[in-house]
Write a protein that binds this ligand. Sequence first.
Ligand SMILES: *[C@@H]1O[C@H](CO)[C@@H](O)[C@H](O)[C@H]1NC(C)=O
Ligand SMILES: *[C@@H]1O[C@H](CO)[C@@H](O)[C@H](O)[C@H]1NC(C)=O
Ligand SMILES: *[C@@H]1O[C@H](CO)[C@@H](O)[C@H](O)[C@H]1NC(C)=O
Ligand SMILES: *[C@@H]1O[C@H](CO)[C@@H](O)[C@H](O)[C@H]1NC(C)=O
Ligand SMILES: *[C@@H]1O[C@H](CO)[C@@H](O)[C@H](O)[C@H]1NC(C)=O
Ligand SMILES: *[C@@H]1O[C@H](CO)[C@@H](O)[C@H](O)[C@H]1NC(C)=O
Ligand SMILES: *[C@@H]1O[C@H](CO)[C@@H](O)[C@H](O)[C@H]1NC(C)=O
Ligand SMILES: *[C@@H]1O[C@H](CO)[C@@H](O)[C@H](O)[C@H]1NC(C)=O
Length: 419
Amino acid sequence: MQADRKNKPTCFDWIQLLLTFCVPVAIVVYTILENNRDLAISTQHRNQDLSIADGQQQDTVLREYKKTLSRLVEKHGLFFNYSSSASLIARSSTTVALNQIDPARRKFLLSLLYDAKLITYDLPTDPSVISLDYANFTDICLFIKFINPVYIHLNVEGAIMIRADFRNVTLHGAKFNKAILHYADFSFSNNVKFYDVLGFDGSNDITLFFRNSDITSAKFLHVKYERVSFEHALLRNADMKSFACVSCNFSFSFMGRTNLINAVIEDSLMDFVDLSDSNLYRSRFGENIDFHSTILFRVNGTYTSFTHCQFTLTAFGSAIFDYTKMEDSTFFNANFIEASIQYGVFTRANFTQANLFASDWRNVRCEKCIFYRANFTDANLLNAIFIDSDFQDVFITKEQLRQTASLKGSILPNGTLVN
Ligand SMILES: *[C@@H]1O[C@H](CO)[C@@H](O)[C@H](O)[C@H]1NC(C)=O
Ligand SMILES: *[C@@H]1O[C@H](CO)[C@@H](O)[C@H](O)[C@H]1NC(C)=O
Ligand SMILES: *[C@@H]1O[C@H](CO)[C@@H](O)[C@H](O)[C@H]1NC(C)=O
Ligand SMILES: *[C@@H]1O[C@H](CO)[C@@H](O)[C@H](O)[C@H]1NC(C)=O
Ligand SMILES: *[C@@H]1O[C@H](CO)[C@@H](O)[C@H](O)[C@H]1NC(C)=O
Ligand SMILES: *[C@@H]1O[C@H](CO)[C@@H](O)[C@H](O)[C@H]1NC(C)=O
Ligand SMILES: *[C@@H]1O[C@H](CO)[C@@H](O)[C@H](O)[C@H]1NC(C)=O
Ligand SMILES: *[C@@H]1O[C@H](CO)[C@@H](O)[C@H](O)[C@H]1NC(C)=O
């Protein structure tokens, strides 16, 4: 893009623009402000990112970009929408401009598009005017010290946001679907009170979207989320210490090696998730989490608690769930091969057809548990306590039953009731 100084819009042009269209008002405002803001940026960051272009060149890129956008808006007005050619031009201009500017100016560009409502949406199914697919916002920083910035309905689907900094940001309904967010930092962010703010009647809709996004090695420390979709997301190695999520959907996500220490997840879907090698130390799950077919190989689940969870076909192989507390949960067809649940406390647990081969039940306390057709082969039951439990049709030896500390009120494999 070359500077086109002759065509610089006059004040009259801007006022006309302002009166004609409501959407682009923010662009007008920004353009009026541009010189001061640009100057501030170039002074602050003159010595950074010299590899891209020097500060003045970058300011020129931004100025030209804004001109292009304003012209498009002026020319196409309300027909400037997602499917129009204007949108495609805007999108390619955005990509080109982003590759020539530093992270501070990338943030400026994002704010410009956001304030002009070109990258927001009205209904969750609506696209925004400009798509940011593959737009490069690497190293963008939305964190402002001592401030809690709020973004409503931001749509950055498909954007590249490596190491993006969203710390302490409130994200009402942001769409990060398909975005690349390696090492992004969402710590202390939240999305609560979304519908209170907008008075929008859609309380069953999801209010943060990370569907199919790549969030590998990102940080989510101390976040408070509600109704978030992480479906099919890659969360490998993510640091989610003290992460809190209510009514969230993690279906089919890959969460290997995540840190979920002290996490609290309620009323959510965690089916078909791979959580291998993750640390769930002291985390709490429930009411109502579905772990159907989820893989928990080698997980550290020490001191975890689960209430009203479904573990149908869940794989606990070699996991350590010592001191866990599990209430009102079903483990139908679950697999505990070589898992350790020492000192675990299970109340009303249903282990129908579970494979408990070579698992470690030492000092477990089980009350009102059902083990119909469960396989205890080679399991260690030393000092375990089973109260009012049902061992009918269980694969267990007399030797193993003798190891237990108590079988009070339980029904033995041969139908005898212990009193
Ligand atoms: C989008 O723009 C095209 C032409 O640019 C127009 O035909 C169409 O009606 C617009 N759609 C909406 C929803 O405004
Ligand atoms: C995005 O920009 C960064 C510089 O900030 C650059 O290192 C990286 O290669 C770019 N990525 C793509 C896919 O263009
Ligand atoms: C986060 O936002 C709150 C509320 O505005 C503010 O008091 C706090 O200082 C912010 N935290 C940081 C680390 O900036
Ligand atoms: C959760 O995500 C899965 C996989 O994308 C989808 O099939 C399911 O309908 C979602 N459930 C809810 C309640 O959002
Ligand atoms: C589980 O994680 C906690 C906290 O990091 C650690 O102290 C503990 O040793 C771990 N336990 C196992 C069995 O790895
Ligand atoms: C235990 O789970 C099995 C399999 O889901 C189910 O058929 C059975 O009714 C359950 N038993 C009780 C007492 O809930
Ligand atoms: C119990 O599980 C082990 C290991 O999967 C298997 O070899 C054995 O045949 C099973 N026993 C029964 C009775 O199903
Ligand atoms: C049932 O099994 C228990 C323990 O193995 C044994 O003590 C008891 O005598 C058996 N009862 C019957 C009726 O075979």
